[in-house]
Design a protein around this ligand. Sequence first.
Ligand SMILES: NC(=O)c1ccc[n+]([C@@H]2O[C@H](COP(=O)([O-])OP(=O)(O)OC[C@H]3O[C@@H](n4cnc5c(N)ncnc54)[C@H](O)[C@@H]3O)[C@@H](O)[C@H]2O)c1
Length: 277
Amino acid sequence: MILVTGGAGYIGSHTCVELLDAGHEVVVLDNFSNSSRTALERVQKICKKPLTVVEGDIRDQAAIEKVLTEFGCTVVIHFAGLKSVLESVTSPLAYYENNLHPDEARRAEIAAHVRHAIDAAVLLGVETVGTFIGRHPGLSVKENVALAERVLPPLVQYASERGIKIIIENCVMEGWHPDGYPGNIAYSPELWEWMFSLGLYLNYDPSHLLWMGIDPIEAVRPYVDRVLHAQAKDIELFPGRRNRYGFPGKAVQRDDPWDTGWWRYRVPGLGQPTFLL
Ligand SMILES: NC(=O)c1ccc[n+]([C@@H]2O[C@H](COP(=O)([O-])OP(=O)(O)OC[C@H]3O[C@@H](n4cnc5c(N)ncnc54)[C@H](O)[C@@H]3O)[C@@H](O)[C@H]2O)c1
C-alpha cells in the first residue's frame, strides 16, 4: 500500500492516477485545505479503480501512525504542503514575529527562527526574508530603537553573509500593544530611514499608512530603491467615526485589540488609495 500525503492536490492527484494505473494500492491522507474530494473522485473515475481517502493533517502524528499501521503502508510519497513553487519564488519567506519580544528567552527563540528562515531562503533560492521589527511594549519607542540596534544587526549580518536581504513590513501592529500604539516600530518614513541604516529593506504595504495620516505615495517616493517587496492591500477610512475615537481608535469598548473602530482593510480598488495596475 502506498500512502500519498496531499494526494488530492495538483501533483498528488496526478501521481495517484499513475500509481493506480500501474496496479498499486493507494491511500491518500489530505486535510483538503487546498483541494477538494472531487479531485479524488475523478481520479477513481479515470482509473476505474478505488483508492482509500483519509481526511487528516500530517502535523497530527497519531493520525499518520494510524494510517501507516491500519493500511500497512510500505511506501510514502509526501506532497502535503502549503507552498506552491510559484509562491515561494515570487514571495519572500516570511516570519512575522516580535523581534523585540519583552521575554529574553522568547526573543532568542524568535531570532533563531529568523536564522532558520534565512537558511531556508538560501536552499529555496529566495532572495528575501520578511519579518517585523516588533516592539517591547514596556519600553518607549526611543528605548526600543536602542534595543533593535542590538538585536537586528546580527541577523542582518547572518543574512548578508548568505546573500539574503531582510525586509521589514511597515504594518503598525497596533493589536500587539495593549493601548493600540504601534507594536512594530517600522510604521513611518522616519523609522524606515533608521532601519535602512541598519541594513534592512522595506516590504511596502500602503494600507498601513493612510490611517496614520501618511500619504502612501509621497512617503515611499524617496525610498523606492529600498523596497524589495510590495503588497497590494487597500484600506477604507471612516472619518466620521474617527471624530469619536481619534487616531488611536476605540478606548473604552475595545474587546478586539485590532478593532480601532474607524477603518478597515479592503481588497485593492475598494478602499481609498488608487491602484494603477
Ligand atoms: N506544483 C508544482 O509545480 C510543484 C513543483 C515542485 C514541488 N512542488 C511541491 O510539491 C508539493 C505539492 O504541490 P502541489 O502543487 O500539488 O500543491 P497543492 O496545494 O495542489 O497540493 C497540496 C495538498 O496538500 C494538502 N495539505 C496541505 N497541508 C496539509 C496538511 N497539513 N495535512 C494534510 N494535507 C495537507 C492540500 O489540501 C493539498 O491537497 C508542495 O510542497 C509544492 O511546493 C510543487
